[in-house]
Design a protein around this ligand. Structure first.
Ligand code: SF4
Ligand code: SF4
Length: 249
């Protein structure tokens, strides 16, 4: 099916959406006085937590870490914490930092994950935005070359930043991930510490081994499975993070 798209500037995508940021953008967000949320998910080296079709993409944006007697692949997202309206959205629903807005703000409503096709039913854009404008998707292919370039830049930043993001997390005491598909762990670090940690870690060599991580599971059944693979697990009430469950209640 072909899809047209033209942004009507309603500003809905700028409210209640945590916007994934590159490392440079996260540093800028903190410098500007915004809050960054750190979202972490992982899968085990034996593939537990990961559909086979997603293996390559997920592995490329992850870092290998130790957990108990096994290894896990940890993916870390730094995102603009937008609970309610984004701090940069003005009264007329215009972006105050339009010229330097994050990559993902330029990419919406397209997806960055190649395994998630565009589903207009779950997007914030109103019906009229899909009725006019240039062709976006023709025969299942994204035809906007500029947008395709932005998506590739975002994926590349994900791959390039992951090791340093793991070092930043280690320095901030962030070492608990959720199992991919089961949920996310979410941290709201102090932004002064976050910014100074980014600056400090960026100056250090990256040869160091990644740290030791544990996995937070939504229930005892899954925790048992993961522990049986040798990973360090936890299921209790977290003290310094929130567990966002993806399991149906
Ligand atoms: S930075 Fe601008 S474009 Fe991005 S969510 Fe905020 S207001 Fe919207
Ligand atoms: S929700 Fe869609 S139409 Fe509305 S501002 Fe965002 S991209 Fe544009």
């Amino acid at each position: 099916m072909n899809t047209r798209f033209s942004c009507v500037g309603c500003g809905k995508c700028c409210s209640d959406h945590h916007v994934p940021l590159t490392l440079d953008e996260a540093r800028m967000w903190a410098h500007d006085g915004g809050q960054v949320i750190v979202l972490v998910e992982a899968f085990l080296s034996n593939g537990l937590g990961l559909p086979a079709a997603q293996h390559e993409h997920a592995q490329r944006r992850s870092v290998v870490v130790r957990s108990g007697t096994t290894e896990a692949f940890v993916a870390i997202t730094f995102a603009a914490y937008n609970a309610g309206r984004c701090r940069n959205l003005d009264e007329e629903n215009l972006c105050r930092i339009y010229e330097r807005r994050p990559l993902v703000c330029r990419i919406y409503p397209m997806e960055i994950n190649p395994h998630i096709p565009l589903n207009i039913a779950v997007k914030e854009c109103p019906p009229e935005s899909w009725e006019t404008g240039p062709q976006l998707i023709v025969g299942g292919e994204l035809v906007d070359r500029e947008l395709a370039g932005l998506i590739e830049r975002s994926r590349q930043a994900d791959r390039e930043d992951i090791r340093i993001k793991e070092r930043i997390c280690a320095a901030l005491g962030i070492h608990t991930a959720a199992l991919k598909g089961d949920g996310f762990t979410a941290y709201l670090p102090d932004m002064t510490a976050f910014a100074t940690t980014i600056d400090r870690v960026r100056l250090q060599p990256l040869e160091q081994q990644a740290g030791e991580w544990q996995l937070h599971l939504s229930g005892e059944d899954l925790a048992g499975q993961v522990a049986a693979c040798g990973a360090q697990v936890v299921t209790g009430t977290p003290l310094d993070y929130t567990f966002i469950s993806l399991r149906a209640a």
